[in-house]
Each structure stands twice: as C-alpha cells, then as structure tokens.
Design a protein around this ligand. Structure first.
Ligand SMILES: [Fe+2]
Ligand SMILES: [Fe+2]
Length: 533
C-alpha cells in the first residue's frame, strides 16, 4: 500500500461514520422480502459474445464516485455492461436481495479496486465479476428449499447476514451479533454452515453455485479473472470458506474483493454504513483480506459515495465505472449469447424446468420458421422465448417445485412472474422492444390469460407463437405433480385450447407442423434440446 493510501487509511480509521439511525440487529427483514418478491418501483434503470471488442478513442474516466458520469453511447452496438447490469436485477431477486444489490456491490468493489491500485485489465475482470457474481445463484435454490422446506430467497438473505464460520466458543456471541431477529431461517443457515449438521450439503450447494456461475461467465467470453472471482467469492482469508477452503493469497485477489464488497453492501443496505464497517472490521483477517479492509476504510468518510448508493440511478453510475480502454461492446451475436446464458440461469432454478426456456425457444423458432416469419422477427422471437420466464427467478421454489396443485395465494404469487419478466426486460434498452411480448406468454386470445388480460389483436404473431410453444413444452415435460404427457395428449389439449379460443390456431398448427412425423414427445424435447445447445 502506498504511504499516501496508508495515511488516508489511518486517518479514515480514526473517524466514525455518523449513524443514520440506531443499529438494528433485531430489525425485521427488508420490506422486499417481507412482502414476497415485489419489485422496487423505480429502483433502477435499463441497462452484451465473441472475442472482446474494444471501443476506439473512448473518453477516459477515472475514479469511482457514485455520481453518475455522462458518457456517449457506443456508435456500434451497446455496452455489455448496460445489458448485464440491468439483468443483474433478476439475479438479486433469486439471491433474496433487494433489487440493485449487484450494482451497488459493483460500486463498492470497484472503489476498493481503485484504492488498491488494480490494473485496467484487473479492473475489467473485477467489474464483470461484481455485476455477475450471482450467475450461479439459481442452481442451488431448489436444493436449499427442499432441505429446509422454506423459501429459498429468505434463506439466502439470512445467510448473507450470518457469520457462519465463527468457532464454537464464539458461536453464541456471533449468533447474537449477526443473526438479525434470530429468525428460524437464519438459525437454520447458521447451523448448516457451522457444520452442526449437513455440512456436506452446504459444501455441495456452494460448489454447485460457484461452478455454475463461473461456467456461465466463461460462456459469455468474459475475462478468465472474472470466472475465477465468481468461483472463489465464498472463500475466506483464514481458509474456513467454501467450497474449496482456499486460504490467504491462495484465493484470487478479485474473488477476495467480491467477497468483501458483496457483504458490505448487504449490511449497509439492511442496516447502515456504520454497521457494515463494524462487520468488516469484526471479520478482518477471518473472512476478509486485511489489506482490503484497509482499502475499505480509506473511503469510510465519503458520505457522498455512501449516500449515492441509495440513489435511483446506480445503474448509470456503474456503467461509468467500466475501464474505458476495455469497454466490451455487445453486437447482435453477443446479445444472443447473453439471452442464452440467462436462459440457463432461469432453467437452473427448478429441476422440473431444467431445459424449459431453451426448449420453448427452439420449438417457437421452428414453428415460426414453418410459418414464414422474417429473419429479423425470428431473432426477436428467440430472445423473447429464451427470457420469457426470467421473472420466475423471483418466485420461491416452495411454489415452483410444489408437488401438488397451488392454493389460491400461491397461484397469485406464481402469476406475478410475468410482471417481473416485464419489469426486468424493460430495464435493458436492447431488450425493451420485446419485453411486453415475452411477458405476454400467459395471455390468451380470448382475454382469459394474465397478467394484463390482453386479447385478440393486442397479441401479435411472436407472442402467439411463444404462448403455443410454452404450453407445448410445459405439457410434454415432467412436472412436480405429474409426468410429461404423450404427443397425442399434448396436441389433444392444444386443440381444445384452440377450440375454446385461448390459443392462436395458426401458432398451434405451426408447432404441430414442426413435429409432424416425430414418434414421441421425448423426440420433441430432445430435438429442441439439441437445437438449443
Ligand atoms: Fe411462465
Ligand atoms: Fe414458460
């Protein structure tokens, strides 16, 4: 650390950040979790793979102030950061965090990286690791939910606020310190992570999450450092983290930064900045690299920065932090890859929909092709179909995986997922054009669908084809409460839905034409899967 930084660190450490309100260790969970999974109104803004493209002659921007910096948009394509930044709001939902958590973690982590003096190459990798740290978060949701019989999002939220590596001597104190409200959910996570029982399950779930997230980052052709950071973000400085038990400098630097940044963000959001610093100091040398905590101290008194985290325009602010010389541009090919990557995140949420989005996209594209849809509309249709259920990331697996019919309250909660799909996709400038279409997959021609009750001409050809493909895939695949239906059964129901005025006749005929002559639904799904691969 430079002498200047050291002096600044010492100065900052001697001061205390003023409390906004009394520390509330016993405070209830944030409203976003108490009320289910409602999106925060106005809580964010809209925000792209092939080898990296670097924008020429881009304007250099230094510093990591939260203050939104004005930038010219790229001439060709869109910044990848704008796209994945907006989509990160969906990852927040699955992680049980208030919307904007990943973006705020990026602002904090980049400030730490700037203070530490990372290179532009390191900053670029860190930037995307912070934004996409939770790419694997959906992959352990079903396991977690079934293990505890509880809402996976609430469990994950409690986990983030729990000092689960405290030794047995300190467990009681740590429990009191770090388990707000002493909720059963938090206690369950604490017991699990302390190894009192089922530590093997904890290890398995963490490994699944970390490996899956890293694999998807690789699929997006992001820097290797990004994938490494995502794979190691739950490792701890003292070697007691998961899943690999790495220690000290054996943990990649960027992974160490992501770990600190995300935890500080959770605490500053759930409580206040002072509490977040107390947590960081309490875990300095155990969870966190001491040098990084020193870097965090260096901007403890920057009230403008910390106040800015609560501003509505954090997505614009985070866009300004991508290293100028390494701005990644998303062309159409890269946008397609982003849609496919997030379809994998969506499908990983439940074992019963393990390839649903990819299959729906493949069925819809084949049907629309047979119907003579233009190349341009086919591209839009595929992206919309891949992302149509992104709102399900905000629905608990206790509902998604329930092995019985949903009760009225659960059904109403499930129906919220199309609303979430609309809200999430609207934030992405290049996806905004099909956000409403993707969110309309449960609307019906006769107006009996949800969530807007659209009908007739309000539903265009793309929406009609996706709706037919969605029903086809859902009927053909196994569900928690029934086995997948045969082709005869599937098209028997589709024909009835057409007769009753729910589905578009032409769209259903397009789907039927696609699979005419195939022997079974297994072939339908395997064909779809191979095309989607
Ligand atoms: Fe759906
Ligand atoms: Fe669906």
């Amino acid at each position: 650390m430079s002498p200047g930084l050291l002096a600044l660190t010492q100065k900052a450490s001697s001061l205390r950040f003023p409390r906004k309100h009394k520390v509330a260790y016993g405070a209830p969970a944030p409203a976003v979790l108490r009320s289910g999974s409602a999106l925060e109104p106005g809580g964010g803004r809209a925000g792209a793979t092939t080898p990296l493209q670097v924008l020429p002659n881009s304007r250099a921007t230094r510093g990591t102030s939260v203050e939104a910096l004005k930038r010219d948009p790229p001439i060709d394509g869109v910044r990848l950061s704008e796209v994945v930044g907006a989509l990160s709001f969906a990852l927040d939902l699955t992680e049980g965090q208030p919307m904007g958590h990943s973006v705020r973690s990026t602002l904090i982590g980049m400030r730490i990286g700037e203070t530490l003096g990372l290179t532009e190459e390191q900053k670029s990798a860190l930037y995307y690791a912070l934004l996409l740290k939770d790419l694997g978060c959906s992959s352990n949701a079903a396991r977690l939910s079934s293990l505890f019989g509880a809402d996976d999002r609430l469990l994950k939220h409690a986990h983030k606020l729990t000092d689960w590596t405290a030794s047995s001597d300190r467990a009681k104190l740590a429990f009191k310190f770090s388990v707000p409200g002493k909720s059963k959910l938090a206690k369950a996570w604490h017991m699990l992570m302390l190894g009192v029982n089922k530590r093997g399950s904890a290890h398995e779930m963490m490994q699944t999450r970390c490996e899956r997230g890293a694999d998807i980052a690789t699929m997006l052709h992001l820097p290797r450092g990004t994938s490494e950071a995502i794979r190691t973000l739950d490792e701890h400085w003292d070697g007691n983290g998961l899943p690999f038990g790495l220690r000290g400098s054996g943990i990649p630097m960027l992974g160490r930064i992501v770990s600190l940044a995300q935890t500080v963000e959770v605490f500053q959001n759930a409580f206040d900045v002072r509490t977040a610093y107390e947590m960081a100091h309490a875990r300095r040398g155990r969870w966190f690299d001491p040098v990084l905590v020193d870097c965090l101290d260096a901007f403890q008194m920057d009230t403008e920065f910390w106040g800015g985290l609560r501003a509505a325009d954090t997505l614009r602010a985070v866009s300004a932090l991508e290293p100028e010389e390494r701005v990644i541009v998303a062309d159409d090919e890269r946008l397609d890859t982003v849609a496919e990557a997030f379809a994998r995140v969506i499908d990983a949420k439940s074992p019963y929909t393990a390839q649903h989005s990819q299959n729906v996209a493949s069925i819809a594209v084949s049907a629309a092709t047979s119907m003579g849809m233009s190349e341009k509309d086919l591209r839009t249709l595929k992206r919309a179909a891949l992302l149509h259920d992104i709102g399900k990331l905000g629905v608990s697996n206790t509902i998604l995986d329930k092995p019985a019919a949903l009760d009225p309250v659960e059904y109403e909660t499930m129906k919220q997922h199309t609303r979430f799909t609309l809200e999430i996709l609207k934030r992405v400038t290049r996806f905004r054009q099909f956000a409403a279409t993707a969110a309309a997959h449960h609307e019906r021609i006769d107006g009996s669908g949800y969530h807007l009750g659209l009908h007739g001409e309000e539903l265009g050809p793309v929406a009609r084809v996706i709706a037919a493909a969605d029903v086809t895939e859902a009927l053909s695949a196994d569900r928690p409460y029934r086995a997948g239906m045969s082709r005869e059964e599937t098209f028997g129901i589709l024909d009835r839905l057409v007769r009753e005025g729910h589905l578009c006749p032409a769209a259903v005929e397009g789907v039927r034409a696609t699979f005419m002559g195939l022997p079974s639904n297994d072939v339908i799904l395997s064909e779809a899967a191979s095309k989607a691969a």
